[in-house]
Design a protein around this ligand. Structure first.
Ligand code: BGP
Length: 469
């Protein structure tokens, strides 16, 4: 007889969303623009309008959460609904909208986990340098404080979603606006300034009279050397230093360890670039380092890295044409495709043990992490819709394997308190549009009708029984 693994009784089962990817109504009720609004129109492929129309459909989605035993929704507040220009006058209609969403959450017994920034800086500030501009750090902190005061219904706050992808997609890979490539200096500056902004928001939250918990959501994907050769081991260390250690050091030490900084400097030197970090920032960051209530981890795979000596070359697979991804960065290394491991159509390697290894690494190397929520994990898939039935067996398989890895990590003493599938319902995907679906609920984007996929029934069962069937 098969022995099914278990999850703790108090393990939270959630669904994740992000404002820009689900709300639609991108200019409704006084919302200010974000860079994506104009960028997507320029690209002419698709827009975030009406996306999943969560702006109007949230009662339907929250009712589905209740029906399918989804305890919690991860969502974000669109900064530009509250402050259309990033600061200054408050847009009351935006404020009201989120009060209404939180009231509906309460009605259905669904706990909101709220992120303040999910790739959607107001355009006025984005055009002004986004987080490369320190004035925008102040604007973010003021917006955060406004939200803490206004939305007392919210208990769980995350400052940022995925600081590394913000910095690297904007300034290293160029896959997000403003499409700058291979600028390591801007990448590191952006990482640092966002971590500094995070620390300031955490300190305000902890020193204010706010009830609740605060953390940050990092995208963390384990880096393995492609072979045992010392050059490849070093390449994996370089990749890890920039994309994982720099952020975890900032979050949990409040400064960058000598080892992390030496590796990051090596990458900068190889690219003939420099950075300038103000030592005073560490005062604020060290104060915040022991104040994070939780760490949110987004995890979609792992990387195998080998030495690479040439110029940077990239191809980002946005079409779902398997095998087209290329990732070689000067001064870091090349991420290789492991032919022996399964991949999604978008070339993301499926390796649940990577999640296990990552969780153990956090526990061992950052013992003050406190507790962890997996804030995103899931399978991007071209779902087949047949007369209202969506048999997404590969997604169930993906979830089962990752839950088993989580259960193993919990048995090894990692304090993981919950899981949010990306995504609750199908949403718009930043650089892939609408064919890459992740949801437990299928959306017919023409009619906005929701259909539970087979995985939604599986998820419900796991949530009810805490047994990974
Ligand atoms: C994360 C983001 C999400 C989501 C997810 C899937 O990086 O936080 O917003 O988009 O990745 O990515 P994609 O839509 O590119 O497949």
């Amino acid at each position: 007889m098969t022995e099914f693994k278990k999850l703790p009784q108090d393990f939270l089962m959630g669904g994740a969303t992000a404002a820009y990817q689900c709300e639609g109504s991108t200019t409704a009720d006084g919302k200010g623009l974000v860079a994506w609004d104009t960028f997507l129109v320029e690209k002419g492929r698709y827009t975030a309008e009406p996306a999943s129309d969560f702006y109007h459909q949230y009662p339907v989605d929250l009712e589905l959460c209740k029906k399918f035993k989804i305890d919690s929704i991860r969502m974000s507040i669109a900064w530009s609904r509250i402050f259309p220009n990033g600061y200054g006058e408050v847009n009351q209609k935006g404020v009201e909208y989120y009060h209404n969403v939180f009231a509906e959450c309460k009605k259905h017994g669904v706990i909101p986990f709220v992120t303040l920034h999910h790739f959607d800086t107001p355009k006025a500030l984005f055009d002004n340098g986004d987080f490369l501009n320190r004035e925008n750090v102040d604007h973010f902190v003021n917006y955060a404080e406004f939200c803490f005061n206004e939305f007392s219904e919210v208990y769980y706050w995350s400052t940022f979603n995925e600081i590394y992808p913000v910095a690297s997609n904007q300034y290293l890979l160029g896959s997000f606006p403003p499409e700058i490539q291979f600028d390591i200096s801007k990448t590191v500056t952006c990482l640092h300034n966002m971590m500094y902004a995070h620390a300031r928001a955490v300190n305000i939250f902890k020193e204010g009279d706010f009830e609740g918990e605060i953390g940050v959501v990092h995208s963390l994907e384990y880096k393995y050397p492609a072979t045992n050769k010392p050059e490849d081991v070093h390449a994996a260390k370089l990749d890890e230093a920039l994309s994982i250690k720099f952020l975890l050091d900032a979050t949990y030490l409040g400064y960058y360890s000598d080892e992390t900084m030496a590796l990051v400097n090596e990458i900068l030197v190889a690219n003939e670039q420099t950075i300038d970090i103000d030592e005073d920032d560490f005062v604020e960051m060290k104060k915040a380092a022991n104040r994070n209530d939780f760490l949110g981890i987004n995890n979609y795979g792992s990387h195998w890295v080998k030495e690479y000596k040439g110029e940077s070359t990239l191809h980002y697979n946005t079409t779902g044409e398997k095998g087209s991804q290329v990732y070689r960065i000067k001064g870091i290394g090349e991420r290789v495709i492991r032919e022996d491991l399964p991949k999604t159509d978008w070339d993301w390697i499926i390796y649940p043990k990577g999640l296990y290894d990552l969780l153990l690494m956090v526990k061992e190397q950052y013992p003050n992490y406190n507790k962890i929520y997996i804030t995103e994990n899931g399978l991007g898939y071209k779902d087949h819709f047949e007369d209202g039935v969506i048999m997404d067996e590969p997604r169930i398989d993906y979830l089962r394997q990752h839950f088993n890895a989580l259960s193993d990590a919990i048995s090894e003493g990692v304090n993981v308190k919950g899981y949010f599938i990306w995504s609750l319902m199908d949403v718009f995907s930043w650089v892939n549009g609408y064919s890459k679906r992740y949801g437990l609920f299928y959306i017919d984007f023409e009619t906005q009708k929701r259909f539970p996929k087979e995985s939604a029934y599986w998820y419900k069962c796991v949530s009810e029984t805490k047994t990974i069937i």
